[in-house]
Design a protein around this ligand. Structure first.
Ligand SMILES: C[S@@+](CC[C@H](N)C(=O)[O-])C[C@H]1O[C@@H](n2cnc3c(N)ncnc32)[C@H](O)[C@@H]1O
Length: 289
């Protein structure tokens, strides 16, 4: 095969398409950009022949992608909230819809004075790559956060991301089952917990079911088991005016609203925020004891 960008990209698009990959134009360029150490935009401008070494590297990445491995694991990073996070199969790949969770938490923090921010007790439950806690720490240099996960190996990567983003001094990491061993009261509990029901995992895209950690996906038989356990634990540990911010899955609105109405006082404010696809995605509960 001739080693120029046009020929290689066409070969990649054809291979990816015949293997059921969706956005083949973009994905083939992301992988080429990565193998050449350039930005995706610059791949439109390359005319010169590509070295055999780069072509080999590119082709091996395209074969991995064709077999279903997610691009983010192949290139080793994912952009989230305008920042780059290292990812590998130890952690869930951060999703764009989770940016709404960060946005709503940031809006709340923004309404607090710096003095209040400095003393707030904030926890990110199920931190994975650390994308939520690290994004908040970068936005608010005066806050401190606890970041927890049941997976020790995901905490290793979250720590490394925190170091790369120079926020390690703002974060404390805990290997823990939800909030079980943690003492409140918390001013903010933020979390994107696993929320796919166990039986549906085999039906999700191969990129997810064959590559992302099951512990990051499986929300029990109902899908809302971990979510519900977390809401109940958070209620016990939130400060009297604390905030709970949780990402939920498609079709889980009724269950979580029912639970929140049952366990939080009637003065508490319970709200759902809609994502860009029009799906109720973020549950916000402002405790009001
Ligand atoms: C959906 S992923 C979210 C990861 C990351 N926060 C994000 O938004 O990309 C859920 C995370 O919760 C962790 N997790 C699952 N069950 C848990 C539990 N019982 N206690 C603490 N963390 C848990 C998983 O290891 C995973 O990192």
């Amino acid at each position: 095969m001739e080693n120029n960008a046009k020929v290689l990209l066409k070969w990649a698009r054809d291979l990816l398409k015949s293997n059921g990959v969706e956005d083949v134009t973009f994905e083939s360029r992301v992988l080429l950009a990565h193998s050449m150490g350039i930005s995706v935009e610059v791949t439109f401008l390359i005319d010169d022949p590509i070295t055999q070494e780069i072509a080999n590297d590119y082709q091996s990445m395209v074969y991995r992608r064709a077999k279903g491995e997610p691009t983010a694991y192949i290139i080793g990073y994912k952009e989230f909230f305008g920042e780059i996070f290292k990812v590998d199969p130890r952690v869930l790949i951060p999703r764009p819809e989770t940016e709404l969770l960060v946005e709503k938490t940031a809006k709340y923090l923004n309404d607090q004075s710096i003095e209040k921010q400095e003393v707030m007790k904030i926890v990110d439950v199920g931190t994975g790559s650390g994308c939520i806690a690290i994004s908040l720490a970068k936005l608010f240099p005066s806050i401190k956060l606890m970041a927890t996960d049941i997976s020790a190996e995901s905490l290793e990567l979250a720590k490394s991301n925190a170091q790369n983003h120079s926020v390690i001094d703002q974060l404390e990491f805990y290997e823990n089952d939800l909030l079980t061993n943690l003492e409140g009261p918390f001013d903010i509990v933020v979390s994107n917990p696993p929320y796919i029901d166990s039986n549906s995992i085999k039906a999700v895209q191969r990129e997810i079911r064959n590559h992302e950690p099951i512990i990051a996906l499986d929300g029990g038989l109902s899908g809302t088991e971990t979510l519900s356990r977390l809401i109940i634990q958070a209620k016990e540990r939130l400060s009297d005016d604390g905030l709970l911010v949780i990402e939920i899955g498609f079709g889980q609105k009724e269950d979580v609203l029912f639970l929140c109405k049952k366990i939080f006082s009637s003065n508490s404010e319970v709200k759902l925020e809609i994502d860009l696809a029009g799906i109720p995605r973020v549950l916000l509960v402002k405790n009001n004891e």
